[in-house]
Every structure is written in structure tokens, then in C-alpha cells.
Design a protein around this ligand. Structure first.
Ligand code: HPA
Length: 195
């Protein structure tokens, strides 16, 4: 997919996950998800790539709320290994082969669209998050519900609010994402080839 829809655009959770559900129903069993994220862990720098080890769903929403569609998956799906171990090994190997340093961490999803306050970034760090963003988690929940395997990578586009001098801007986020594009694509290409 080129792009996605986000809840902050006004879409209901089932709309946000519609496309990945369609792909899974058409037979895709392995998903590589990408996003832009702010660094919550002070060690993360703009331009870093981070492999998701786990997530915190702090969106206040869940795409599985409502009557369960038993054709898709069970009522109470397990999330103990949301990000597939074998695929994470493959991502590490792809990064190594591409000469890319791949950081690892926990991604916290918030609804957005406002960026976080410095107090929220400190809270997220205390909760165990390394990065924060406004996507990915609804799709991973819906895909795990369907038994598909997921691996996800964040491009750290900025330090979280309060962790650097400047203010956050979407332009900065886009500029860093654009600068990181070549190495990100290289990593993805190797990863997909190895999946
Ligand atoms: N916060 C939330 N989402 C983001 C950020 C951020 O700092 N950067 C890129 N997406």
C-alpha cells in the first residue's frame, strides 16, 4: 500500500483497518508495516530506524470493538507476540546486510493529530515507550486477530516534544522521512526478499 488512512482524519477504526483486512482476506499472510514516529527514548535520533518489539495502544480505540466477526478471528485474540519473532530476526539480518543500524523498541500509538506535550512524552517514557506515533497499532491488532504475521519499522523523524530545543513541525517530520527514504527502502527491499 502507498499510504494509509488514520483515525485522526476522522475515520472510524474499522475504516482504518479495512485495507489490511482486505489484503489478508485476499491471502496475504505476512505484513511489513512502516511509520514515522517521534523518539521518546532520548537515545533515539532523527533519521534512526527502529524495529518494533511491542506496542502500547493508547489511542482509546480498538478496531475489534463491537460484535466479533467470527469469519475474521476470535473474540479475544492474543497479543503476546504482536510482532513476529522470526520476521524480527529477518529485519535484523536485512539491516545488517544493508549496513544499517536498526534500533529496537516499543511504539506507543496515540490518536493525534496534535503532537504530544513534553509531559506526555515523559509519561510515555515512564510507561515503557521508546517511540510515539499515530498509526500502525490498529492495523496490527486487526491483522493479529486474523492470524497474519506482522513486522513493523519506524522512521524516527524527530525527538519527542521537550527532548530538543525546537518546536515540532510536520515539515521537519517530512524532511527527515525524505532523507531516510533511500536506506529505508533498501532495508525493506531486503526484508521483503527474505520473507
Ligand atoms: N509524535 C507523534 N507522531 C509522530 C511524531 C511525534 O513526535 N513524529 C512523527 N509522527
Amino acid at each position: 500500500m502507498q499510504g494509509r488512512v488514520h483515525a485522526y482524519e476522522g475515520h472510524e477504526p474499522d475504516r482504518v483497518v479495512f485495507a489490511v483486512r482486505a489484503l489478508a482476506r485476499w491471502g496475504c499472510r505476512t505484513f511489513v508495516l512502516t511509520n514515522a514516529a517521534g523518539g521518546v527514548n532520548p537515545a533515539l535520533e532523527p533519521g534512526d530506524l527502529m524495529l518494533l518489539r511491542d506496542h502500547l495502544n493508547l489511542t482509546g480505540r480498538n478496531p475489534l470493538i463491537g460484535p466479533n466477526d467470527d469469519r475474521l478471528g476470535p473474540r479475544f485474540p492474543d497479543m503476546s507476540v504482536a510482532y513476529d519473532r522470526e520476521l524480527r530476526d529477518k529485519a535484523r539480518a536485512a539491516a545488517h546486510a544493508s549496513g544499517i543500524v536498526l534500533r529496537e523498541g516499543v511504539y506507543a500509538a496515540l490518536s493525534g493529530p496534535s503532537y504530544e506535550t513534553p509531559a506526555e512524552i515523559r509519561m510515555l517514557h515512564a510507561l515503557g515507550a521508546d517511540a510515539v506515533g499515530m498509526s500502525t497499532v490498529p492495523e496490527v491488532i486487526a491483522l493479529r486477530h486474523m492470524g497474519a504475521r506482522c513486522v513493523a519499522l519506524s522512521c524516527i523523524t524527530n525527538k519527542g516534544a521537550g527532548l530538543s530545543e525546537g518546536l515540532l513541525s510536520h515539515t521537519e517530520v517530512q524532511e527527515v522521512a525524505d532523507r531516510t527514504r533511500a536506506s529505508f527502502v533498501g532495508l525493506l527491499t531486503r526484508l521483503v526478499a527474505g520473507c
